[in-house]
Design a protein around this ligand. Structure first.
Ligand code: FES
Length: 109
């Protein structure tokens, strides 16, 4: 498990080192702007402020700087801080907020 802080929102989540950032976000009821979810489009590109990530297969040309990674491919291997770009700031989904109010968040529906 790794503790990952998502800026500029400042939200911190416990993320499995065997799941991608995107999978962890979705599992906890957040949604962000994504495209292919397979490392081929670059829409989920985030800036890495700190931390180590293992990357699932992806199009190498999408990551042009050492400080970048793809939320749909990156699995955190240590505590980390990532910066979401203006276009992919995430938010909690309406369904998850409803499940939270009903006391059923985190259960299978
Ligand atoms: S959603 Fe396409 S590379 Fe992540």
């Amino acid at each position: 498990m790794a503790r990952v802080r998502f800026e500029p929102n400042g939200i911190e989540l416990e993320c499995s080192s065997e799941k991608t950032l995107l999978e962890s976000l979705v599992e906890k009821g957040y949604q962000m702007c994504v495209g292919c979810r397979r490392g081929g489009c670059g829409i989920c590109l985030v800036e890495v402020k700190s931390g180590e990530f293992e990357l699932r297969p992806h199009a190498k040309e999408l990551i042009t700087q050492r400080s970048q990674t793809l939320a749909c491919r990156a699995m955190p291997q240590s505590d980390a801080v990532v910066m979401l770009c203006e276009d992919n700031k995430f938010k909690r989904s309406g369904l998850y907020r409803w499940l939270e109010r009903a006391g059923k968040a985190g259960t299978q529906v």
